[in-house]
Design a protein around this ligand. Structure first.
Ligand code: CU
Length: 159
């Protein structure tokens, strides 16, 4: 490698570094518009949600919405009482829509994210979440076809 090329490469990596660091991760890795993982000891209450299919071909969450206050930490216990895998993904509506498109291309995508659960029939999981910002967010199942069958609900966070 010539000296000039080396200089160019170093210059590029220096420029790329700070640009990535101040990108979408501002405010800490786990901080999202919908909030961040919370501590169980700080949870003010537990919300239990079941996920299932109905005899007429719909798929749903029960209850079908979450209401919270800004700054509140809630323990959300999700149980799959249906007969097929389901997900519970907490996010902004636009982010879920984007993610849903990706799931249509890669249906076997696994989620390791703190805002998401994927549960086999009969399984339960929990997310302890702090809702940092007021607004309307969403929980949804992004397995192809499930959102359209009814698997989404609003999360209303009051200011
Ligand atoms: Cu589902």
């Amino acid at each position: 490698m010539s000296r000039m090329m080396m200089t160019a490469a170093v210059g590029l990596s220096l420029m790329a570094g700070p640009a990535f660091a101040t990108g979408s991760h501002a405010g800490g890795h786990d901080e999202m518009a919908v909030g961040k993982p919370g501590k169980a000891a700080k949870a003010s209450r537990t919300v239990k949600i079941s996920m299932k299919e109905t005899d007429d071909g719909r798929m749903l969450y029960e209850p079908s919405q979450i209401v919270a206050k800004k700054g509140e930490t809630i323990r959300i216990v999700v149980t799959n009482t249906g007969e097929t895998d389901h997900e519970f993904i907490l996010d902004e509506m636009a982010k879920n829509a984007e993610h849903k498109k990706l799931m249509e291309k890669f249906p076997e995508m696994e989620h390791e994210d703190p805002n998401a659960l994927r549960l086999a029939p009969g399984k339960s999981g929990e997310i302890v979440w702090t809702f940092s910002n007021p607004g309307e967010f969403e929980f949804a199942c992004l397995i192809p076809g499930h959102y359209e069958s009814g698997m989404h609900g609003p999360v209303k966070v009051s200011g």
